[in-house]
Ligand binder design. Structure first.
Ligand SMILES: CCCCCCCC/C=C\CCCCCCCC(=O)N[C@@H](CO)[C@H](O)/C=C/CCCCCCCCCCCCC
Length: 342
C-alpha cells in the first residue's frame, strides 16, 4: 500500500472536543462540521492497518463509527498532530454531544432512534393521504419529512459527510414542499402552479449547489430558517384571517417546533457543560438529557403537526370536512370524509 493511500487525516471541531479520523478524500471529512460550523485538520497520520480498518468500516455505518473511535484512540500520539486547543475527547474517552452524540456507543443511540418520530408517523400519514385520495403534494410532504428522518438516522449512525447531506438537503426540499402546500392551499383542487414549482425547484438547486461547494452549515441553517419563516408567516395569516378555529393546531405545531429549536441551541451553546454533566448522571438520566434527540423528537412532531395543519386548511377549503382524530387518544391524524359536503 503506497504512502498516499494510507494517509489519514485527523480533524477536530474548533469549538468542542470532537475528533474524527478520515481518509485522504475531502468527501470523507467528518460530519463534525455541521455541529459547530467548523473543524480543523489536526494532523496527518499514516498507518496502513488502520486505514484498512477505516475503509472496511465505511461499508457499514455502525462499524465505521466504532472504527473511527478505535482509530482515533490508537492514533492519539501519532506524528504530525498540531497542538490542540482542548484535550481530545477520544483520548479522554468522552467526546462531545450533538451530532457526535457521545461517541461512546450506547449514548448515540438516542440521537439515532429519536428519528423514528420523523419516519413512522409521516409514512403512515402518506399512506392515509393516498387512501383518502387527497392531493399528491401532501404525500410528498409526508414522505419528505420521512426522508429527513431516514437521512438523519443514517447520519447519526455513521457520522459520514454524505449522510449529513442526506439529512440536511431533504430538510430544504421537504420545507419547499411544505411552502408550496401552504401557499397554494386556496386554489382549485389538483391545480398546479408551475411558476411556484419552478421557483422552489430553482431555490432547492441553488441551495444544494452552493452548500455542496461552500460546505458552510450556517448557510444551510439560514436557508432552512428562511423557509420556516415563510411557513410561520403564512400560518399566522391563515389562522388570523381565514380559519381562526385552526389556531390551536397551528400554534401547537409552532410551539413544539420552537421548543425543539430552543433545545437545539442550548445543546450547541452548552455542549461541553452538558456532556460533562451527563457523565455524572446515571445512564438512563443521561440518555433522556440528550438534547439533540429531543430536538429530533420536537421538530419531528412540530413538522408532522404542521403537515396536519396544512392538510386541514386545504381540505377545509376543498370542503372535504376534515377532522383531527387521536389514535389511542394520543396521536393526531387528519380524517377526511370521502363524500364532499354540498
Ligand atoms: C408553523 C410551524 C412551522 C413548522 C415548520 C416545519 C418545517 C419542517 C421541515 C422539515 C423537517 C425538518 C426536521 C428537522 C430534522 C433535523 C435533523 C437534524 O437534526 N439534523 C442535524 C444532524 O442531526 C443536521 O446537522 C441539521 C441541522 C440543521 C439545524 C437547522 C436549525 C435551524 C432552524 C431554524 C429555525 C428557525 C425558526 C424561525 C421561526 C420564525
Amino acid at each position: 500500500m503506497g504512502v498516499r493511500s494510507t494517509q489519514l487525516f485527523k480533524y477536530e471541531c474548533r469549538q468542542c472536543s470532537v475528533t474524527v479520523v478520515t481518509g485522504p478524500s475531502s468527501r470523507e471529512r467528518p460530519a463534525a462540521r455541521s455541529h459547530h460550523g467548523s473543524f480543523q485538520q489536526a494532523g496527518i497520520l499514516g498507518q496502513p492497518d488502520v486505514h484498512a480498518g477505516l475503509v472496511r468500516g465505511k461499508l457499514c455505518g455502525f462499524l465505521l463509527h466504532r472504527r473511527v473511535l478505535q482509530t482515533d484512540t490508537r492514533l492519539g500520539s501519532s506524528r504530525g498532530t498540531r497542538p490542540r486547543r482542548r484535550p481530545q475527547a477520544s483520548e479522554g474517552g468522552a467526546p462531545a454531544c450533538l451530532f457526535h452524540p457521545d461517541l461512546s456507543w450506547g449514548r448515540s443511540e438516542g440521537n439515532t432512534v429519536s428519528n423514528l418520530i420523523m419516519i413512522i408517523p409521516p409514512i403512515a400519514g402518506a399512506i392515509q393521504t393516498f387512501r383518502d385520495g387527497l392531493e399528491v403534494r401532501y404525500i410528498f410532504a409526508f414522505l419528505g419529512l420521512a426522508a429527513v428522518g431516514v437521512g438523519s438516522w443514517c447520519f447519526h449512525m455513521t457520522l459520514l459527510y454524505e449522510m449529513q447531506l442526506l439529512d440536511e438537503l431533504p430538510m430544504i426540499y421537504s420545507c419547499c414542499v411544505f411552502v408550496y402546500c401552504l401557499y397554494e392551499c386556496f386554489k382549485q383542487e389538483n391545480s398546479i402552479h408551475h411558476l411556484a414549482i419552478v421557483i422552489l425547484f430553482m431555490f432547492s438547486v441553488i441551495v444544494t449547489v452552493v452548500y455542496l461547494q461552500w460546505k458552510e452549515p450556517v448557510f444551510h441553517q439560514v436557508m432552512y430558517g428562511a423557509l420556516v419563516g415563510c411557513l410561520v408567516l403564512r400560518a399566522v395569516f391563515i389562522v388570523t384571517w381565514v380559519y381562526p378555529w385552526l389556531r390551536a393546531l397551528a400554534y401547537t405545531s409552532l410551539t413544539v417546533f420552537l421548543m425543539g429549536f430552543l433545545l437545539w441551541n442550548i445543546d450547541n451553546i452548552f455542549c461541553d457543560t452538558l456532556r460533562d454533566a451527563r457523565q455524572k448522571l446515571p445512564p438512563v438520566v443521561g440518555a433522556v438529557t440528550q438534547l439533540h434527540a429531543w430536538w429530533h423528537i420536537l421538530t419531528g412532531l412540530g413538522s408532522y403537526l404542521h403537515i396536519l395543519f396544512s392538510l386541514q386548511t386545504r381540505t377545509t377549503y376543498l370542503k372535504h370536512r376534515p377532522k383531527v382524530k387521536f389514535i389511542c387518544g394520543m396521536w393526531p391524524v387528519v380524517h377526511v370524509e370521502t363524500d364532499k359536503a354540498s
